[in-house]
Ligand binder design. Structure first.
Ligand SMILES: [Zn+2]
Length: 112
């Protein structure tokens, strides 16, 4: 079974854009594939303050880097492809995920 990671913009949206991610995940599972939604992944655990990254943006108790580390690891280790939501270009994290997937030969499917 193919597992697709749903990738898209989160910060700046109500509920971190979770409804759009869930709708995409439903679409993917209705096709008989599995979907991973980043909202279900726990941020990386660490001692002390969050690692700094390109942005000081914080979501909940963690900085962006703590989420991105886990998201990228999950994509590389457990996913066969990315399902990329509309508007991904506006998100630094989504752009990084798309670039990493492309560089690693992980197929991209763009939401029509
Ligand atoms: Zn952190």
């Amino acid at each position: 079974v193919t597992t697709l990671y749903v990738c898209g913009p989160m910060s700046g949206f109500d509920q971190l854009n979770e409804p759009a991610f869930r709708a995409a995940a439903r679409h993917v599972t209705e096709r008989g594939q599995l979907a991973v939604v980043p909202h279900d992944l726990k941020p990386a655990e660490h001692e002390g303050p969050c690692p700094r990254s390109h942005t000081s943006q914080v979501t909940g108790d963690h900085g962006v880097a703590c989420y991105l580390r886990v998201d990228l690891a999950h994509i590389l280790l457990y996913c066969d492809g990315l399902y990329v939501l509309r508007g991904w270009e506006t998100s630094v994290g989504a752009r990084v995920e798309v670039q990493v997937a492309a560089a690693c030969g992980i197929p991209l499917e763009f939401q029509p």
